[in-house]
Design a protein around this ligand. Structure first.
Ligand SMILES: Cc1ncc(COP(=O)(O)O)c(C=O)c1O
Length: 445
């Protein structure tokens, strides 16, 4: 019998919290409550140990309950719990920006702080438009996103995003002037690819078609995730990102990489830009920046972009944008401690050393009933299940529930099961994740 970790919730206690991205009635009828976390594990409110195969929500890269982060946050709360960064500053905000600038791809050494991935995306889009205006190209106001892209839930991110359910309920509230590239998921051509798929680099050439349609002089930026996470782990075909870069360069269009999930070591380098050796002009991050302990995001801008704003009288505000909590001191302290943990334990490159073992492990799921694709890169893995007739997503949701019953937390979107464990994961835990997932798939079949 497990010990109850928190007081049991009575009927009705679940009503007030309107849960995000959740089937509220289904959840509240049969809740899954997490109450404690340490290392690679959660414990449910009734004391069951759960192996975390998704780093919380792609954010707890150094594992749970890191003492160093807790201590840094506690100390900062005791020293100075808040300080404004509008026309004021505090030292650790600058220290953090400098530390991040040293980790970033070449030239992306100017950092704007936000509180989430969604805010990072909307910030980057606004910077892109204002950058062109500052250079005398104020007519460059269009964005090109991509089908199946996920860039958070702000109006900007929703508009450049390409997940239909995140868009269709919000009607005409989209930012105008957005077009979309085709997505790069092709199970027909690339099923069971190990690592990056061979087929599909030519899909980047669709950007030329959209440019021909709208004219380059109207386009501010292209935004893509180097690897899409939320839409179900979609990998860039070999050569695809480089081709996007070439086309953007040719037409003076900014390239934005949304690295909210790929940032901070997920694929074996600090950022996917470095892993794929393609440097964007702007990069959006959040999640792993603070190991999920305190909300924080950061936009990395190329120095040329920052410099373009630093004109005119010195007493003018160059960018009319920011958040009360931009560079919140407690978040800065959490981020600095997180970067220390990453450096001390070599976590930003650990995914590279585990990648081959991870790839073999997740591809061992090939051949199970209804498994129609397995995808992997770095410490990301995904299983694509054949949808139940007329019930998209139902089979994968049942597999997710079955895994949870068996003590492993995975993530389900549509008919995809994704795994992205903390970067401290050990071989025996990788084996347990895959064995549990296999058992759940067989059980549900
Ligand atoms: C690529 C990407 N961009 C943006 C976001 C939004 O981040 P947040 O939920 O912190 O607003 C996410 C969240 O999963 C993401 O995966």
């Amino acid at each position: 019998m497990n010990a109850q970790l928190t007081p049991a919730l009575a009927n009705g206690d679940l009503d007030a919290f309107w849960m995000p991205f959740t089937a509220n009635r289904q959840f509240k009828a049969n809740p899954r409550l997490l109450a404690k976390a340490s290392g690679m594990h959660y414990w449910t409110a009734d004391g069951r140990e759960i192996l975390d195969a998704v780093a919380g929500l792609w954010c707890v890269n150094a594992g749970h309950g890191r003492r160093e982060i807790t201590e840094a946050v506690t100390k900062q709360l005791g020293t100075m719990e808040f300080a404004p960064t509008f026309q004021m500053g505090h030292p650790i905000a600058f220290e953090l920006a400098n530390r991040l600038a040293k980790l970033s791809p070449p030239g992306l050494d100017r950092v704007f702080f936000t509180n989430s991935g969604s805010e990072s995306v909307d910030t980057a889009l606004k910077i892109a438009i204002a950058y062109h205006r500052a250079r005398g190209a104020g007519q460059r106001i269009r964005f090109i996103g991509r089908e199946k892209g996920y860039h958070g839930v702000g109006f900007g991110g929703m508009s450049v995003g390409g997940m239909v359910n995140n868009r269709k309920f919000f009607g005409s509230s989209m930012v105008p002037g957005v077009d979309h590239l085709p997505h790069t998921l092709s199970i027909e051509h690339n099923a069971f690819s190990r690592g990056l798929p061979q087929w599909g680099a030519h899909l980047a050439n669709e950007l030329e078609r959209l440019i021909a349609l709208h004219d380059a002089s109207t386009i501010a930026a292209v935004i893509v995730e180097p690897i899409s996470g939320s839409a179900g782990v979609i990998l860039p075909p070999i050569g695809y990102l480089r081709r996007l870069r070439e086309i953007c360069d040719k037409h003076d269009i900014l390239l934005i990489f949304d690295e909210v999930i790929t940032g901070f070591g997920r694929i074996g380098k600090p950022f996917a830009a470095q892993a794929f050796d393609v440097t964007p002009d702007l990069m959006t991050t959040a999640k792993g920046l603070t190991n999920g302990a305190i909300p924080m995001g950061a936009v990395f801008a190329h120095r040329k972009i920052y410099d373009a704003f630093m004109q005119g009288p010195e007493n003018t505000i160059e960018l009319f944008h920011g958040y009360t909590y931009s560079a919140h001191p407690v978040a800065c302290a959490a981020a600095l401690a997180t970067l220390d943990v990453y450096a001390k334990e070599g976590l930003l490159s650990r995914a590279a050393s585990l990648a081959a073992e991870w790839e073999d492990a997740v591809h061992s799921l090939r051949g199970l009933p209804h498994v129609i694709d397995v995808r992997n890169y770095g410490l990301i893995g995904a299983l694509e299940l054949e949808p139940r007739a007329g019930k998209p997503g139902a089979r994968a949701f049942e597999v997710f529930l079955e895994c949870f019953e068996r003590g492993v937390m995975v993530r389900q979107t549509g008919d995809t099961i994704a795994m992205s464990p903390p970067l401290i994961v050990e071989s025996k835990q990788i084996a347990r994740m895959v064995e549990t997932l296999a058992a759940a798939v067989r059980h549900i079949a």
